[in-house]
Design a binder for this molecule. Structure first.
Ligand code: ADP
Ligand code: GN1
Ligand code: MG
Length: 382
């Protein structure tokens, strides 16, 4: 077995715990997620599938058994829904967990690491950067449909894998704590960013307030709707929503806003040249069209109105979390150079500014697309 990895993991030992078919040809680091360690497992036998191995970040997900129970519940629900629809293929469109030989969904090794294996969805691709409006539209269809398929799932079945994940008040408290402790001595260096946050504390709390007042329903949301969490097929059609670790109750504006942040913007999340950061209106329209085609029928008028709040809130929250991690000494996200979290925060805050300037136009576009989707018959996913 060929190993191209940076960590000294005993892949053979770990993989032998799982009920895999064929043999292991190579294990190679894969993807660009900020949280888990992901590996492509290539099969020696062309007739057998390749697999995706993940070492779960248990510092981020503190209760792995509950996390895996969630994924099991969500994938089972999606599978059952798709099985009842014509021309759907649950094995291609839903993640498949490969059980261990002891029939569990994960394996914990002697060092305390947690591992899981998914069936690798062959012929698919995820994109860190969106390339055209058709891809953006497909991203909207994928996350919109995901939301619609989970609308009738019993939310009490799900554990909160990371409590208060998108609760901005909680994120602000974490930020204040990091500032007070200043463990890496970086606070004096980020005064401009701190001021940026302070100016928006009130405005960014609107969704939490509307939720508390009962004006926005809690739904089951994905909560990590980055464009690279959708797999597209070889024709660039959306095939499968992945990264289900944060599926839990949330507001629909969270999923919409988090997706816009990466699907309607052509620069990377950590763009260094802030002058390049802008929203692309064709991509914005594409994503919004796809998302609303799938969800319009089930969203309330207030939820439609709340979508634009998500557009500025989500990059704000991401910038705040990157900044907090930077102040904290970089313990949460994987970083590729010392100032990486700061650069990410600055890019996200610049994006917030750009979006604030254009929010009237974006809100108008959402309303116009929502109205056209309300008139058109609800489209069946294809
Ligand atoms: P992270 O939480 O670290 O982002 P993901 O679960 O999103 O981890 O996986 C990282 C990357 O691996 C994805 O962006 C995607 O490119 C790829 N990937 C994940 N699951 C699959 C799968 N079942 N089939 C093919 N590729 C996958
Ligand atoms: C993390 O795992 P990944 O890379 O898809 C993070 C998201 C952030 C994202 C920013 C569990 O997502 O919340 O939006 O980085 N996931 C977790 O790129 O914190
Ligand atoms: Mg991911």
């Amino acid at each position: 077995m060929q190993e191209t990895n940076s960590v000294s993991n005993n892949f053979e030992g770990v993989l032998s715990q799982f009920d895999l078919k064929g043999g292991i040809e190579a294990v190679t680091p894969y993807g660009s997620g900020h949280i888990h360690d992901t590996y492509y497992v290539r099969n020696t036998d062309a007739a057998c599938p390749d697999y995706l191995l993940q070492r779960i970040n248990h510092h981020v997900f503190r209760n792995v058994p509950q996390l895996m129970e969630n994924i099991q519940q969500v994938t089972t629900h999606l599978r059952n829904k798709l099985a009842g629809m014509p021309a759907q293929d649950p094995d291609r469109e839903v993640l498949t967990l490969i059980p261990t030989r002891r029939h569990t969904t994960y394996y914990q090794d002697a060092d305390g690491n947690f591992w899981r294996v998914y069936l690798l969805l062959q012929g698919t691709r995820s994109y860190d950067l969106v390339e055209n409006a058709q891809q953006a539209y497909q991203g909207g269809k994928a996350f919109g449909r995901f939301q619609a398929l989970l609308a009738d799932m019993d939310a009490t079945q799900l554990h909160e894998s990371i409590p208060d994940f998108h609760n901005v008040e909680y994120r602000l408290r974490q930020f204040e704590e990091a500032r007070e402790k200043d463990p890496a001595g970086r606070v004096t260096e980020v005064q401009a960013e701190i001021e940026f946050v302070e100016q928006r504390v009130h405005a960014m709390a609107t969704i939490v307030r509307l939720g508390r007042e009962g004006k926005l329903p809690l739904r089951i949301t994905h909560n990590d709707t980055k464009f690279n969490n959708v797999l597209l097929d070889s024709q660039d059609k959306a095939q499968c929503v992945i990264d289900l670790d944060t599926v839990m109750p949330g507001f629909v504006a969270y999923d919409y806003g988090d997706a816009i942040r990466t699907t309607a913007v052509t620069t990377p999340e950590d763009e260094k040249d802030l002058s390049k950061i802008d929203i692309d209106l064709d991509l914005f329209r594409g994503f919004t069209q796809g998302f609303l085609e799938e969800t319009r029928g089930s969203l309330t008028e207030q939820e439609i109105e709340s979508l634009s709040l998500g557009i500025t809130l989500l990059p704000f929250i991401m910038g705040l979390r990157f900044l907090t991690d930077y102040i904290d000494g970089d313990h949460y996200y994987k970083i590729h150079f010392p100032e990486h979290n700061l650069q990410r925060a600055q890019a996200q805050f610049r994006l917030v500014e750009v979006l604030e300037e254009k929010i009237g136009l974006l809100q108008g576009t959402i309303r116009e697309i929502a109205a056209s989707c309300a008139q058109a018959p609800v489209q069946q996913p294809n």
